[in-house]
Design a protein around this ligand. Structure first.
Ligand code: CIR
Length: 259
């Protein structure tokens, strides 16, 4: 339980420019008010789960800035400022830096390569760093040495080709259990963990978010929700229709830690 005992999270409000957010396939722009509604419900779900929010203002200049998870890693007492791999997102790190300075005693900064938080899965067996189109090998190496400075251990793994981030395809449900797409499970990086595979057609549900006693899951994936309930978890479903148009899921909307 303590591994998921979060009581603080940073979120950043969506800007109108969210319609220009990055996407691999253009299935139409997300609707600003729809994104706001999804974000509002998400924020309430975090609060209901026992998290106090640090709410940051929208940044028109950065369409994807609401996905704060990609800009930093947060721990108890320390944080690491990352360097997004997407050129249009690079400046988001500078924007969140003052908030990290206010909330954490130590803030380290990734200086080499690129890494986005969506590629970093925290587990009790260390942090898995997915090398992807956004997190390059140099960034993963530099991140591992920053983690070592904090007494933590990271290991580089491969994010499946064509998948935005490692956590687009997996999430940790309890200290030994991972919800994971079959394509990521096939890489055997989770050897030793219990794996709950996403049912066919429900791969997008893999980006769930365990917070305290609850697990937030994208709405519209009933077989995944049922599997998680059967595993004894308290499932909270949230709409992600609009943010999914720009390849986002539930973890990316917040940066969480235990203060
Ligand atoms: C991007 O492509 O960077 C955004 N449109 C979506 C980022 C989602 N981030 C995440 O899952 N951690």
């Amino acid at each position: 339980m303590s591994f998921f005992a979060f009581n603080r999270a940073i979120i950043r409000h969506a800007s109108h420019s969210v319609a220009d957010g990055l996407r691999a396939v253009d299935a139409g722009a997300p609707d600003f008010e729809g994104v706001q509604r999804e974000q509002y419900a998400y924020a309430r779900a975090l609060e209901d789960a026992g998290v106090t929010l640090v709410e940051l203002p929208a940044l028109e200049r950065y369409p994807d800035a609401l996905f704060v998870e990609d800009t930093a890693l947060a721990f108890n007492g320390s944080a690491i400022l990352l360097k997004p791999g997407a050129a249009t997102r690079r400046g988001e790190a500078d924007e969140i830096a003052p908030t990290l300075a206010q909330n954490f005693k130590y803030v380290l900064k990734l200086e080499e390569g690129t890494a986005e938080g969506g590629d970093v899965l925290f587990t009790p067996r260390g942090l898995f760093i997915g090398v992807s189109a956004r997190t390059n090998p140099q960034g993963a190496r530099a991140l591992m040495s920053l983690l070592n400075k904090l007494g933590l251990h990271g290991r580089a793994v491969s994010t499946p080709a064509g998948v935005l981030h490692l956590k687009s395809d997996c999430s940790l449900l309890d200290e030994d259990t991972v919800l994971c797409t079959p394509r990521l499970a096939a890489s055997e990086i989770f050897e030793g963990f219990r794996i709950i595979p996403t049912p066919p057609g429900e791969e997008a549900a893999a980006n769930a978010l365990r917070i305290n006693e609850s697990v937030l899951v994208s709405r519209g994936y009933p077989r995944t929700a049922e599997l998680l309930e059967k595993a004894g978890l308290t499932v909270v479903t949230l709409a992600t229709v609009e943010i999914a148009k720009i390849d986002a899921g539930l973890s990316c909307l917040s940066l969480r830690w235990r203060a």
